[in-house]
Design a protein around this ligand. Structure first.
Ligand code: UT7
Length: 324
């Protein structure tokens, strides 16, 4: 018997507090029009004091479970993508497991920064495919506001906090052409580019958390080429063409990157789920937040082919094709 994973539901959570570009311009030398024109961002959500990544992840996970009418104890694996864990250890996934009241199975974190959701989905899908998990909660949760240098206008205007989650379920693979589920995941990394995007601290080096540092132009250039390669590989692996894609659900780092990807695939922007204006870049959480947005407002329908793509610090990058 061979298995594959079907995505049965998704959920999301955003902290209550909204910070607009105008508010940003009272903190650093920037303005609403620069931020919107260069990035597409209009506002971001910021976690409250005492509100942690696991709180965001728990709320998103709960909303995904409720959407699927599933009991938490039916989950046998939790994979949480985050670069902003509550603590150095234990894994934020175990905090979420505890909050959900799950006592069995396994829970661990995956750290691939903005590509984290694609990485976590890839890990979860492979657990399902080899028969080691039956129902997996894939959570991506971030509080990037806590690792931003709020005096650095080149980075602090770009990020926000949030969480998204999906439930994957093992189904018998019948080899049918139109089977719903994860069609493929492709993940990559290249450690040569550490200095282009990193956090200048950590428990094993400075014993501090550190702040995010980025060479924006470098990252931009690589993002476009690397994600294009990962998309081509995904399409080729599934014998699909860009014309088969119903929706692109991209990482939300910059509207100009998203538009370049859509243009290359000849997709209209009406086929792209864009949330960057409202959420900014929520790192690993940005794809499941966008997915939730497209599903909850009825744009994404059963049977639609979805392309997910991301690129982040490391560098890491990757793509996923799935039939909703
Ligand atoms: O999620 C992980 C992956 N991350 C990404 O994919 C991010 C990729 N990079 C980007 O999205 C863009 O490179 C940024 C949005 C970060 C920057 O946009 P850019 O068009 O590449 O701007 P730049 O860094 O080349 O800066 C252009 C100008 C500079 O001024 P000068 O030197 O031309 O006088 C900056 O100092 O814009 C200035 N600038 C700002 N001005 C107002 C930089 N940040 C700001 C700001 N407000 N917040």
């Amino acid at each position: 018997m061979s298995y594959c994973s079907k995505v049965v539901s998704c959920g999301a959570y955003l902290p209550q507090r909204v910070m607009t570009n105008v508010e940003m311009s009272s903190m650093v030398e920037t303005d609403d029009s620069w931020i919107e024109k260069r990035t597409g961002i209009k506002q971001r959500h910021i976690a409250a004091e005492g509100e942690f990544t696991s709180d965001l992840g728990f709320a998103a996970a709960k909303s995904a479970l409720v959407a699927a009418s599933l009991r938490p104890d039916s989950i046998d694996l939790i994979v949480c993508a985050t670069s902003t864990p509550d603590e150095t250890f234990p894994a934020t996934a175990t905090r979420i497991q505890h909050r959900l009241g799950i006592r069995g199975g396994a829970a661990f974190d995956v750290q691939a920064v903005c590509s984290g959701f694609i990485y976590a989905l890839s890990v979860a899908d492979n657990f399902v495919r080899c028969g080691q998990a039956k129902r997996v909660l894939v959570v991506a949760a971030e509080t990037f506001s806590r690792i931003l240098d709020w005096s650095d206008r080149s980075t602090c205007v770009l990020f926000g906090d949030g969480a998204g989650a999906v439930v994957l379920e093992s189904i018998a693979s019948n080899g049918a052409d139109k089977q719903r589920g994860v069609l493929s995941t492709h993940i990559y990394s290249d450690g040569d580019h550490h200095d282009s995007l990193y956090v200048d601290g950590g428990p094993g080096s400075t014993r501090t958390t550190g702040f995010l540092r980025m060479r924006g132009r470098e990252v931009f250039k690589h993002a476009v080429t690397r994600m294009a390669e990962a998309i081509d590989t995904a399409l080729e692996a599934n014998a699909l063409t860009p014309g088969d894609i119903d929706w692109m659900v991209p990482h939300q780092a910059n509207i100009r990157i998203i538009e370049a990807m859509a243009k290359r695939l000849n997709l209209s922007m009406d086929q792209v789920v864009v949330t960057i204006d409202k959420h900014a870049n929520t790192s690993a959480a940005s794809i499941p937040l966008a997915l939730y947005s497209g599903v909850s407002d009825g744009r994404i329908k059963e049977g639609d082919v979805l392309l997910l793509e991301a690129m982040g610090g490391g560098f890491t990058w990757g793509s996923t094709l799935l039939r909703w």
